[in-house]
Design a protein around this ligand. Structure first.
Ligand code: G3I
Length: 375
């Protein structure tokens, strides 16, 4: 049945706590034996070659497989050695978790704060990491990143001018550093399959999404422009609506290059075949697809870490079985996850525990990368 999954997912995705969704079952901390072996490399670009998967760092396995393995990054943690070392040994891509969002980088009409984003992008440049730009347009009732001064603009032409200035300034500043941009994040209803009735739709009309892509393309010609969506993994109607939305954008010639399926999942509840089919259906439209915000709370009462590892394995498999060659996690250590602040500590959604020890989920990720990397 989808309903329990949907409740669990919506509980995790939208910051509401519906009946039956509690965060009180603290997942068992991994025992020593559970911690998969992980080799931590010295920081910096990966060794040029690694032929023995058992001794490769996870980043080397990703490079060897031609897979972009990324993580959301919070600039405030980059001064922690364990955070940096674990990140650099594991990932070849980063997504600023909040630092490129409108409310962070452009908090007032004439107020800009690129400091935290610059810190992440300088770090990425220093360590040869890709950077995914997240996000330019996102407005919903519960969780979003549009500052109030923008939500106060109800004149269409004024809003267009402000959006154009925002996109031009941000995309130009990071033109040589960011590989692609999430132009519109979560344009569909969180629960349902219609367009979210957000501020941009209300002021600019139903075609605002295509218009946002056109403004972004004009602001920074040649940049890769993506749409990013959540909870389609648990809602077949919403998944179909996403395919239909993207098909319409492609048909009308909107400059869309890819779609991110966020992947905020719950362990043991994923229909991996349906997820794989969604990836294939989107790729059939001639665009790229990636999993862009993967995290998987360990909720199974009997075997939290084992079921979590299986679900990580399934999620990567659904991507890598198709042309999809990017999986970005929404963080990497249970010490820092948005889920704690939203649902309370203990859901342990990531492949490293609070002490940066690898969990079985990391071994599952490594297995999938090794399989793709086999000659
Ligand atoms: O930086 C301010 C700080 O100065 C202030 O003291 C504090 C308390 O008000 O808030 C801080 O900003 C918070 C920010 O995270 C940085 O910690 C915002 O309030 C808080 O809303 C924001 O939450 C982020 C959320 O998106 C909304 O932007 C989460 O960290 C982030 O993980 C989450 O990520 C989203 C993706 O962008 C889109 N997909 C869903 C995903 C999960 O909601």
């Amino acid at each position: 049945m989808v309903k329990p999954r949907l409740i669990a997912m919506i509980c995790l995705a939208v910051g509401t706590v519906l009946a039956g969704c509690t965060g009180d079952d603290r997942a068992a901390e991994p025992s020593d034996s559970a911690a998969a072996s992980s080799t931590s490399a010295s920081p910096g670009p990966p060794a040029p070659e690694c032929n023995d998967p058992d001794t490769c760092t996870t980043r080397q396995l990703a490079d060897r497989a031609g897979v972009t393995l990324g993580t959301a990054v919070d600039a405030s943690h980059l001064d922690e050695l364990e955070y940096r070392d674990t990140l650099l040994a594991t990932f070849n891509s980063v997504t600023p978790e909040n630092e490129l969002k409108w409310e962070s980088i452009h908090p007032g009409p004439d107020e800009w704060d690129s400091g935290p984003a610059d810190e992440i992008i300088d770090f990425a440049r220093e360590h040869d990491l890709q950077v995914k730009g997240h996000n330019l347009i996102w407005n919903q009732d519960l969780v979003d990143s549009t500052p109030d001064w923008v939500l106060a603009i109800d004149d269409p032409d004024q809003l267009r001018r402000v959006v154009t200035e925002h996109m031009t300034t941000v995309m130009t500043r990071y033109r040589d550093s960011v590989d692609r941009w999430d132009v519109v994040n979560e344009p569909l209803e969180t629960i349902g399959s219609g367009l979210y009735d957000n501020h941009f739709r209300q002021v600019l009309g139903d075609d605002y999404i295509a218009e946002m892509f056109t403004i972004a393309d004009t602001a920074a010609p040649g940049e890769e422009l993506w749409l990013n969506e959540a909870t389609v993994e648990y809602q077949p109607d919403k998944a179909a609506a996403l395919v239909s939305l993207v098909e319409g954008l492609v048909e009308q010639g909107a400059p869309i290059d890819g779609v991110g399926i966020q992947g905020h999942l719950v362990a043991g509840t994923v229909d991996a075949a349906a997820l794989g089919q969604l990836v294939a259906d989107l790729e059939a439209l001639g665009i790229e697809v990636a999993i862009t915000e993967l995290d998987i709370p360990a909720r199974d009462p009997a075997d939290p870490l084992g079921v979590q590892a299986s679900t990580y394995r399934e999620a990567l498999g659904a991507c890598l079985a198709e042309r999809c060659r990017e999986v970005t996690l929404w963080g990497f250590t249970d010490r820092y996850t948005w889920i704690d602040a939203t649902f309370g500590e203990g859901l342990a959604p990531l492949p490293f525990d609070r002490n940066y020890q690898p969990k079985p989920a990391l071994a599952a990720i490594r297995d999938q990368l090794t399989a793709v990397g086999e000659p």
